[in-house]
Design a protein around this ligand. Structure first.
Ligand SMILES: *[C@@H]1O[C@H](CO)[C@@H](O)[C@H](O)[C@H]1NC(C)=O
Length: 214
């Protein structure tokens, strides 16, 4: 009796863990991305991108001004102050899904600010094989084109075991033409501004996601 009870408990445990796995992992072994509160990140819904530790600066945002000049497309930068909400960024998988998955090609849409700049709001890397500023991330990309191909990857050695932290990679070849490797996205100080760069080497930018409060 005793052993069949523990067998039954084990079976129950097994079924439960299996079904948990099924809801968070798809057939290709990709995991659902979680936000800073542990909730599943929705596909095509705006989030804030925050560093896992705020000691090195604040959240990710766009800027329309560099060296006192208006720019178009915009640059993707890290806010020097850690008190601001940051920009709103929408991760959109290529192919309709409810949630965002790791290691899946996606586009990142800034959605705003609007104004005089007519360029698209999708993130892109002008030329990943050239040194800065060519490999720094800007807006102006097109959805589902090789130069918008990003993916969210679990951070290999997370700073905190309590939160789901991630890094971004830019993988142009996954969407078509381009070099056959993925480039880590990290922070790069350019003209005194902390910008996002797609390059080999460097410490990838470790971030968490926050859903916008309504
Ligand atoms: C990307 O970052 C990871 C984690 O730091 C590192 O192991 C890997 O070598 C990096 N890849 C490239 C191409 O720089």
């Amino acid at each position: 009796m005793k052993s069949s009870l523990s067998d039954a408990l084990f079976l129950l445990f097994f079924i439960t863990t299996q079904s948990i796995c099924y809801t968070t992992t798809n057939a290709a072994g990709e995991n659902v991305v979680k936000d800073a509160t542990g909730k599943k990140v929705l596909n095509g819904v705006p989030y804030h991108i925050a560093p896992v530790i705020s000691a090195n600066g604040g959240r990710i945002k766009l800027t329309d001004t560099m060296n006192n000049n208006k720019i178009c497309p915009f640059n993707v930068v890290q806010d020097p102050a850690d008190v601001n909400l940051g920009g709103q960024f929408m991760f959109t998988l290529i192919g309709k899904k409810k949630y965002l998955f790791t290691s899946s090609i996606l586009a990142i849409d800034s959605g705003y600010p609007e104004g005089a700049c007519e360029k698209s709001t999708f993130w892109t890397v002008p030329n990943v094989l050239e040194p800065p500023p060519s490999n720094l991330i800007t807006t102006g990309g097109g959805f589902d084109q090789s130069f918008t191909c990003f993916q969210v990857v679990e951070y290999p050695k997370p700073t905190s075991p309590k939160v789901h932290s991630y890094m971004l990679q830019y993988c142009p070849s996954f969407c078509g033409a381009g070099p056959g490797t993925c480039f880590n996205v990290s922070i790069y100080l350019h003209s005194g501004v902390r910008r996002l760069i797609a390059a080999t080497g460097g410490t990838p930018f470790e971030f968490v996601l926050y859903k916008l409060s309504k």
